[in-house]
Design a binder for this molecule. Structure first.
Ligand SMILES: *Cc1c(COP(=O)(O)O)cnc(C)c1O
Length: 458
């Protein structure tokens, strides 16, 4: 191709970011603080200490330091699989016949297959530094559990992974991969915890949810000596770690003077989207750029587009601090038919605030449309995308088609958060035409909303 912008824009190791980018520090209106569910006062570091590692707590509560230095050891960890490629989608552009320029940042080149390793590494490092011997976590589609299994193997920590039951059945190879890295895998809900037993008593056939698995993992962490809990999405420290994505993308684009007009990411709990958009959103808040930002979520779990902006629990057993977010209610159970991993009831508080303030747009897509986009993408660009990431592909294709209609040459950047190698069950159901699009009715959503705690929402 004769265009002067290379198909893959790589960074050298020296060009990789040395700090994480704390978006909250640059926001004029900050997200509301996390509240202690008993006192309804903002949580303190001491409140979080039984559950999380020290450095992570500090990061979670920090809304004033814009640049948070990445410890040298974590920079070394990142160098094992980063920088990730930023790719110009020349072939997709050509197939679409669009005047738009499309770029994507591909986070699926490490064995865990997604961006999740960007936070798993730091969280395991901090746990080791605190003298812990084990960690617990939950995993939905399996990417986070795999990433934590890799990071715990690297730092020699034991790991218990509560895996959403429906996913553990759909993805046996995920389980095998985590076990190969040495993790102890338990399908959730399980009878190893009080919260799991309670959920099973209510519905013995439940496919589980991330909210249930989180309850089980926290319970086990709190009950076990030298053990803490790690979370792979939703919280602000996870978004912080993921800002290596957006910073690398920005450094690469800046080399060629490219400024994205539209930045798109899929959103489950918001970490890859938040990490991708952070430095670009910072520029927008400072008036240096005026990009549009689009979150894409599944129509089966529409936290942004049909949820409420409210203080809610992060887990089904209602044990976590209260987070002001876009939420469907911690009791919301997404359809077990849904193939992707974007099945969480809530959404990161910073992104929820940006959405509320009109800085971030959101749209919901049904899964067959998402897989149509995935197929179009893999046939042109060659990469097998994760179903989650394909939500972003769908929106990017729509924006590129819009450019074709209007003749406007926009620059589109989207996050390709992972690969779909472990999602062939979902691809099979798409190919067989047995995949269906379950969209919750208003009555379904009301059931979830009823679980939002009745506290003053300010
Ligand atoms: C976990 C995951 C997501 C969703 O999580 P976010 O925190 O919203 O980023 C998206 N894509 C892939 C590939 C994932 O593994």
């Amino acid at each position: 191709m004769s265009n002067k912008i290379p198909t893959r824009i790589y960074l050298s190791e020296d060009e990789m970011p040395k700090s994480w980018y704390n978006l909250r520090a640059i926001m004029k209106d900050k997200p509301d603080p996390m509240l202690h569910p008993g006192t309804l006062q903002p949580v303190t570091a001491a409140d979080l200490a039984p559950v999380f590692c020290n450095a992570v707590i500090e990061q979670e509560l920090d809304e004033s330091n814009l640049l948070v230095p990445i410890p040298d050891e974590i920079q070394d960890f990142y160098r094992a699989y980063r920088p990730s490629p930023l790719i110009r989608a020349y072939y997709l552009e050509k197939a679409l016949g669009t005047p738009a320029e499309i770029y994507y940042k591909f986070e699926g080149t490490n064995t865990s297959g997604s961006h999740k390793l960007n936070s798993a590494g730091p969280q395991a490092f901090y746990a080791k530094k605190d003298g812990l011997t084990s960690l617990t976590t939950e995993t939905g589609a399996g990417q986070w559990g795999t990433a934590m299994s890799m990071a715990c193997a690297f730092y020699d920590l034991k790991l218990i992974v509560y895996m959403v039951k429906i996913s553990s059945e759909q993805k046996p190879y995920r389980k095998a991969l985590m076990e190969s890295y040495g993790a102890n895998l338990i399908p959730s809900p399980s009878n190893t915890t009080e919260s799991g037993k309670k959920i099973l008593a209510g519905d013995p056939n439940t496919g589980g949810s991330l909210g249930c698995a989180i309850s089980e993992a926290i319970e086990t962490a709190v009950k076990t000596d030298k053990c803490r809990y790690v979370l792979g999405s939703v919280l602000n420290h996870v978004l912080l770690h993921q800002t290596v994505i957006g910073q690398e993308a920005k450094i690469a684009l800046d080399k060629f003077g490219i400024k994205p007009d539209i930045i798109i990411g899929c959103a489950g709990g918001g970490s890859n989207l938040g990490g991708l958009i952070a430095p670009f959103m910072g520029d927008k808040i400072e008036g240096k750029a005026n990009a549009r930002f689009i979150a894409v979520e599944p129509a089966s779990c529409p936290s942004f587009t049909r949820g409420r902006y409210a203080y809610d629990f992060g887990d089904t057993a209602q044990t976590t601090p209260l987070i002001r977010m876009m939420t469907l209610g911690s009791g919301y159970m997404p359809s077990p038919n849904h193939a992707g991993g974007l099945r969480y009831h809530g959404m990161n508080s910073t992104l929820a605030k940006l959405f509320k303030d009109g800085l971030l747009e959101a749209k919901a897509e049904v899964q067959t449309d998402v897989f149509d986009a995935a197929i179009q993408f893999m046939k042109t660009e060659g990469i097998l995308p994760a179903p989650e990431s394909s939500h972003a592909i769908k929106a990017a294709i729509d924006e590129a088609n819009e450019c074709k209609k209007t003749g406007k040459k926009k620059v589109i950047l989207f996050g390709l958060s992972g690969t779909g190698y472990f999602d062939m069950t979902a691809y099979t159901s798409y190919n067989n035409k047995t995949m269906n699009d379950q969209v919750p009715s208003d009555a379904d959503l009301e059931k979830g909303f009823a679980s939002i705690p009745a506290i003053p929402q300010g």
